[in-house]
Write a protein that binds this ligand. Structure first.
Ligand SMILES: Cc1cc2nc3c(=O)[nH]c(=O)nc-3n(C[C@H](O)[C@H](O)[C@H](O)COP(=O)(O)OP(=O)(O)OC[C@H]3O[C@@H](n4cnc5c(N)ncnc54)[C@H](O)[C@@H]3O)c2cc1C
Length: 627
């Protein structure tokens, strides 16, 4: 082992890492010639009773064992053995156990009756899709963090979404009452920027500065500490203090064309007077929020992401809101939108979490062994990758791989709530135009790495709740505290064990790639990164940033959970990369058309990466099914 790795504590035992990793590989039937776990009652599902997936650490998200079958199908065109017919017949089969798939099952029961028999097939070892939770248990206490989707963007909810939330007992006003979290900008400590030695030549934590909102008092002194050239520092000082209208006197149509046709970093250089080096500092500010660098987004889109533009358009504030909050108005559960997934599963299969409701759902312990029981009208089958679907004999049928074997089930209806890009491989008989439209959707890769620290004291001593890290793999890191809802409490005053979340995407390796090439290159890199690569990265950052405040890198890291999402946010159309389509002709509108008894859901169907979109598309898909 290298000396630097030893110093970082890479040899230390991280909770359950190897155990979990090995188990995932063995249990999910990677090798198709492996023996089956066939069982009348479970339809081939591996019994998962001894395991509770939210506590698994190590490589999660797209974890080993969850994607290999799909990649064999989509990348290698693998032909699978003839399926074994299971003696199971359903009213509905749902492909994909994310929010959209779970909501589809929910709406199906509303439309076709509570006794409808439903099977949900999901390729991961946990349900929820991107809406996953990471649970850490330390010293008799549970600490929660998000494994994926976190925000409820409630101002954008449709009546339909509001109605569903009400039926699940969720009250946004109650969630807001317990919400004291601001993505590293407070309430404890100010926003801060961490420049790292590997990228910038020295470690420098600049307290009180944010790229979005600048830093009021002592701005020059703060920028003077940036380890970049003097020319770049001076350009930043001018940029943050000037107030003018760079388009004074130009017709509105010109301004709109420039704002929607210029990348944000080009705008910073051309109109904001920044050096290339200074403009580069902004690239990762949009990584986590969009899965895209600010160099690939238009100025107009970055106004929406609260980046500083408005002060160059004649407005007093840098970014419209004048604060550092890029998230807008949001509400949250302590495990993010995993609580929505859990409430939906509870509504569908109440036996798995008796007594659960929106007020205590964060603390509920689900019985995973009860998800797939023949005696329940709704069954949720994990570790099951669907490889073929078809309309057949007045209904539908689906073939899936579980436990190393291929199984077939039948139903009257089907909803495909999976990523659209896999549908042409699952359902080759769909019309060519529809399959082309589905391939247009290339999801944006994201990473979210949770690290459980023994104590938050080093953060407290530095008076920060987190920092933006323009030079690192994850563009931001922050403590996860202060979401005191749904039965859970973790106050800012509590200096005990704390999850720290590293958040971002993977910068594409080359410049000049199209947006989809960028996503594919990032995805390829993400999939080649090992757990150790992530571990080394988070240890390096925490050591460099916190050790001056008493952090002991070898002792203070208790667990690491990497949530990698090579297929993350749904592809939304971007100013710089996508044309405008006539109504009804956009790829997602063509992609989601029903095909016989098969309807199409998922956030992809709305070309927008939000939980509420996934829910609305579920409703529409169920309405698309023939009676
Ligand atoms: C890291 C991250 C953070 C996010 N943060 C937010 C947020 O704060 N707020 C917000 O509103 N949205 C957020 N999102 C967006 C998120 O995608 C949506 O909110 C929503 O969860 C999407 O749900 P879905 O069901 O459409 O898709 P998914 O969650 O992707 O679910 C689809 C499921 O189908 C499975 N599947 C695919 N193919 C097959 C197959 N062949 N067989 C079986 N199963 C299959 C997939 O593996 C997946 O589990 C975030 C996403 C990510 C990745």
């Amino acid at each position: 082992m290298k000396e630097t790795d030893r110093r970082l504590g890479m040899h230390r035992d991280i909770t359950r890492r190897d155990f979990i990793h090995d188990l995932s590989l063995a249990s999910l039937g990677m090798a198709l010639n492996a023996g089956a776990f066939a069982d009348e009652g479970t339809g081939g599902m591996e019994p998962a009773t001894e395991l509770y997936p939210p506590i698994r650490t190590g490589m999660r998200g797209s974890h080993p064992g969850s994607f290999e079958v799909a990649h064999a199908l989509t990348r290698k065109g693998r032909a699978f053995p003839d399926p074994t017919d299971l003696d199971e017949e359903y009213d509905l089969i749902v492909v994909g156990g994310g929010i959209s798939g779970l909501a589809s099952a929910y709406y199906y029961r509303k439309r076709f009756g509570e006794d409808a028999r439903i099977l949900i097939l999901e390729n991961h070892d946990d349900f929820g899709g991107h809406a996953k939770r990471n649970e850490f248990h330390q010293g008799g206490r549970m600490r929660l963090s998000w494994g994926g989707a976190m925000n409820l963007e409630y101002p954008m909810f449709s009546d339909n979404v509001n109605a569903l939330l009400e039926e699940l007992g969720i009250r946004i006003d109650e969630l807001l009452e317990g919400y004291e979290f601001q993505y590293g900008s407070g309430p404890k400590g100010s926003p801060s920027i961490f420049f790292d030695e590997e990228t910038y030549g020295r470690n420098e934590l600049v307290h009180g500065f944010s790229f979005r909102a600048g830093g009021d008092a002592g701005l020059d002194r703060m920028i003077d500490r940036f380890p970049v050239s003097e020319e770049s520092r001076e350009s930043l000082k001018r940029f943050y203090t000037r107030r003018d209208n760079v388009f004074e006197g130009r017709p509105e149509s010109d301004v709109t064309r420039i704002l929607t046709g210029t990348s944000y970093t080009d705008f910073l250089i051309k109109y904001g007077g920044l050096t290339d080096e200074a403009a580069d500092l902004f690239v990762k500010t949009t990584h986590g929020y969009w899965g895209v660098g600010a160099d690939s987004l238009s100025v107009a889109e970055c106004i929406g992401a609260s980046l500083p533009v408005m002060h160059l358009l004649g407005e007093p504030h840098l970014n419209g809101s004048g604060d550092d909050n890029p998230g807008g108005d949001v509400a949250m559960f302590p495990d993010g939108n995993a609580s929505i997934a859990r409430l939906l599963v509870h509504a569908l299969i109440p036996q798995v979490a008796p007594g659960s409701n929106a007020k205590n759902i964060a603390m509920a312990r689900f019985d995973y062994g009860g998800l797939d029981k023949a005696s329940h009208p709704v069954r949720l089958r994990l570790n099951s990758t669907v490889v073929n679907v078809a309309n057949h004999d007045g209904g539908t049928r689906a073939a899936y791989v579980n436990g190393g074997r291929v199984w077939r089930v039948r139903s009257k209806h089907m909803v495909l709530a999976c990523n659209h890009s896999i549908i042409p491989h699952l359902c080759p008989k769909m019309p060519a135009r529809q399959k082309d439209a589905q391939k247009y959707q290339v999801k944006r890769p994201l990473i979210l790495t949770n690290v459980l620290l023994r104590t938050s004291q080093p953060f407290d001593r530095l008076d920060i709740s987190g920092a933006y890290c323009p030079g690192r793999l994850h563009g931001a890191v922050w403590q996860v505290k202060g979401v005191n809802t749904a039965g859970y409490r973790h106050d800012w005053q509590d200096a005990g064990p704390v999850p720290v979340m590293f958040w971002g995407s993977v910068a594409p390796p080359d410049a000049g790639l199209s947006i989809k090439e960028q996503h594919r290159a990032s995805r390829a890199r993400l999939l080649t990164m090992t757990f150790k690569d992530f571990e080394r990265e988070v240890r390096t950052v925490l050591d460099a940033m916190l050790s001056p405040a008493g952090f002991a890198v070898q002792e203070d890291i208790l667990a690491i959970t990497v949530n990698r999402w090579p297929h993350g946010y749904a592809y939304d159309y971007l100013d710089l990369w996508d044309p405008e389509w006539p109504p009804g002709e956009a790829p997602h509108e063509i992609a989601r058309k029903p095909f016989g008894n098969i309807a199409v859901a998922n956030a992809d169907a709305g070309a927008d990466a939000y939980t509420h979109v996934a829910i609305d598309q579920a409703r529409r898909a169920v309405e698309d099914l023939p009676g």
